[in-house]
Design a protein around this ligand. Structure first.
Ligand code: ADP
Ligand code: MG
Length: 468
C-alpha cells in the first residue's frame, strides 16, 4: 500500500522534496483503513502535516478509500524522549473528529538507515565571523542578585554548549539590563573553550532582513542551510518576530533542526515567553523548553559595582559620595547608569570643574528634566495612534468605534501618568471630553491592565515607546 502511495506522491511533487520528505518514511503497520507510518522526528511529522497533508491524504484515499486514516509513529531521538508522546495519532481525512491519542511502542529502526534531510554529505565545517563584541565579556559583567540565574546558566552553557538542559536559554528583561552583553559573553566564552564550534550572534532584525533578502533572491534554502549549520546560535531581541508570520515559520524550522541535533540556542527578549504578542504558539512553547531566566533592575550594590568598574576602565576616580549619589538615584537600568556617568564626566570636562556632589546632582536633575520635558500630551497621542494605527482625527472625533475608544482611553491614561496636566485639561486636549470621562478612562485602563494580559502588553509597549 505504502509503495503505491509513494509512486503516486512521487509523480506529484518535486523530486527533491520527495526524496527529502518521503523516502525516510517507513510503513509501520496497516490495520483496516488505518495506515501507520514511521517518521524520524516530531519535526518531520510537523513538516509533513504542514506541507504535504493534501497529497498524503489523496494518496491514502486512493488506496484505502475515503475513510482512510493516517497515524504517525515518531521515532524519537534520545534527548527529546520523555517530552513528547511516541505517537501522535491524527485523523487525516476527517479533521473534525479527533481520535484519541494512542501510544504505540516505536519500532526501533537502525538509525543509520534514516536519512537526515539537512545533512549535506561532505560539507566542510564553516568558518564564519561570529559577530561578537570582544568587550562584552563575563569579566566585565558584574554579578548581582538581579542577574545571578541568567549569568550562572550562561556560564554552564559556555562549558557545555548544547549539553545542558538549558536549551534554549531564554533571557528576558527590560531595556538596558544587560541581555545583549550577557549573550555576547556566553558566545565569547564558548569560542574560547570550544574553538571548533561555530558560534553566531545575530539580532532578530538582521535575521529578518536576511530572510526577506533571501526570499527576494530565491535562495531561501541557502539561508536555512546556513543557519542550520551553526553550533551555538544567539538570537537577540526575539520579540521582534512578533507579527512576522513568514519569518517565524522559517525560524521555527531552523530552531527544530538545531535543537534536534543538540546544538545550543540562546534567545533574548524584552518579555517572558508567555507575554510575547503575535507569536505562534508552537514557537512560544519551544521557548519554554529549556530555561527562561530574567534580568532584573540591579540593586544598589550592583549599581555601585558597575559604576566602579566603568570608572576604573576609564581611569577616573569619583568621590565616594558622588558614587553613592548616582547609585542611589539612577535605579532604572544599567544603560542609564552609564549614560549618567558619561554626562557627569562631560560636564566636568567641558566646564573644567571638579566632580562634586553639587555638579552631579545638577547634571542628573537636568537629565531627568530633559527626559520629562519631551513628554507632552500631543506626543502621547501620537505614540498611541501610531501603535494602534488609528489617526489623530479619529481620537479627536466623537466616534465610538471600539479600537478608537481604546486608543483614546489609553492616551488619557498615559497623559495622566506622564504629565502634570489636570483631568480637565487632559480632557480638553484629547477629544474635547470632560474630566469625568478622563477619570473613567483611567479606571477602565487600570482594570483591564489587571485582568487582560494582551492589554497589559499594549500598556508596556506603549509606555516603553513614550519614555524612550
Ligand atoms: P539590553 O540588551 O538588555 O538592552 P545591554 O546588554 O545592551 O542591555 O546593556 C546595556 C549596557 O549596560 C551595556 O553597555 C552593558 O555593557 C552594560 N551592562 C549591563 N549589565 C551589566 C552588568 N551586570 N555589568 C556591567 N555592565 C553591564
Ligand atoms: Mg539588547
Amino acid at each position: 500500500v505504502w509503495e503505491n502511495c509513494l509512486n503516486y506522491i512521487k509523480d506529484n511533487i518535486p523530486e527533491d522534496a520527495f526524496s527529502t520528505w518521503f523516502l525516510p518514511i517507513r510503513p509501520a503497520k496497516i490495520n483496516g483503513n488505518i495506515l501507520t507510518i514511521q517518521v524520524p522526528s516530531k519535526f518531520f511529522y510537523e513538516w509533513l502535516e504542514e506541507h504535504y497533508i493534501k497529497i498524503l491524504k489523496s494518496a491514502l484515499q486512493r488506496e484505502l478509500g475515503s475513510e482512510a486514516k493516517l497515524v504517525y509513529s515518531i521515532l524519537m531521538d534520545q534527548k527529546s524522549q520523555g517530552r513528547d508522546p511516541y505517537t501522535v495519532r491524527i485523523p487525516s481525512s476527517n479533521k473534525e473528529k479527533p481520535q484519541p491519542q494512542e501510544v504505540d511502542t516505536p519500532i526501533q529502526l537502525d538509525k543509520s538507515r534514516l536519512m537526515n534531510p539537512f545533512v549535506i554529505p561532505g560539507l566542510q565545517k564553516l568558518k564564519i565571523d561570529s559577530q561578537l563584541n570582544p568587550n562584552y565579556t563575563f569579566d566585565n559583567f558584574i554579578e548581582g542578585e538581579s542577574n545571578r540565574l541568567a549569568r550562572a546558566a550562561g556560564r554552564a552553557i559556555s562549558k557545555r554548549p548544547g549539553g545542558t538542559s538549558f536549551n534554549p536559554l531564554f533571557i528576558y528583561g527590560g531595556v538596558g539590563l544587560g541581555k545583549t552583553h550577557l549573550v555576547h559573553a556566553i558566545g565569547l566564552e564558548v569560542k574560547e573553550l570550544h574553538p571548533d564550534k561555530t558560534v553566531l550572534y545575530v539580532s532578530t532584525e538582521k535575521f529578518t532582513q536576511q530572510f526577506i533578502e533571501a526570499v527576494k533572491n530565491n535562495n531561501q534554502n541557502d539561508f536555512i542551510h546556513f543557519y542550520q549549520m551553526i553550533d551555538v546560535l544567539i538570537m537577540d531581541d526575539i520579540q521582534f518576530l512578533s507579527g512576522k508570520a513568514k519569518t517565524q515559520e522559517v525560524f521555527f524550522h531552523i530552531f527544530n533542526h538545531l535543537h534536534q541535533r543538540g546544538n545550543q540556542i540562546i534567545l533574548t527578549s524584552d518579555k517572558s515567553p508567555a507575554d510575547i504578542q503575535d507569536m505562534e504558539q508552537r514557537l512560544i512553547s519551544r521557548f519554554k523548553w529549556g530555561l527562561s531566566a530574567d534580568l532584573q533592575n540591579p540593586d544598589y550594590n550592583t549599581r555601585l559595582e558597575i559604576l566602579k568598574q566603568k570608572l576604573e576602565k576609564d581611569g577616573i576616580i569619583f568621590p565616594d559620595e558622588v558614587m553613592d549619589y548616582i547609585a542611589q538615584n539612577i535605579d532604572t537600568n544599567v544603560r542609564e547608569l552609564e549614560g549618567s556617568l558619561n554626562s557627569i564626566i562631560a560636564q566636568a570636562t567641558l566646564n573644567k570643574r571638579e566632580i562634586t556632589l553639587e555638579l552631579t546632582a545638577r547634571t542628573l536633575s537636568k537629565l531627568v528634566q530633559t527626559a520629562r520635558k519631551e513628554i507632552s500630551i500631543d506626543y502621547i497621542q501620537k505614540t498611541v495612534c501610531e501603535y494602534f494605527k488609528v489617526s489623530m482625527e479619529d481620537i479627536q472625533s466623537k466616534t465610538r468605534k471600539r479600537d478608537v475608544v481604546q486608543a483614546r482611553q489609553l492616551a488619557m491614561y498615559f497623559a495622566k501618568q506622564y504629565t502634570k496636566a489636570s483631568l480637565a485639561s487632559i480632557g480638553s486636549q484629547i477629544g474635547k471630553r470632560d474630566h469625568a470621562t478622563v477619570l473613567h478612562a483611567c479606571k477602565t485602563v487600570k482594570n483591564l491592565q489587571e485582568t487582560d494580559k494582551a492589554f497589559r502588553g499594549y500598556i508596556e509597549d506603549i509606555s516603553r515607546k513614550i519614555s524612550d
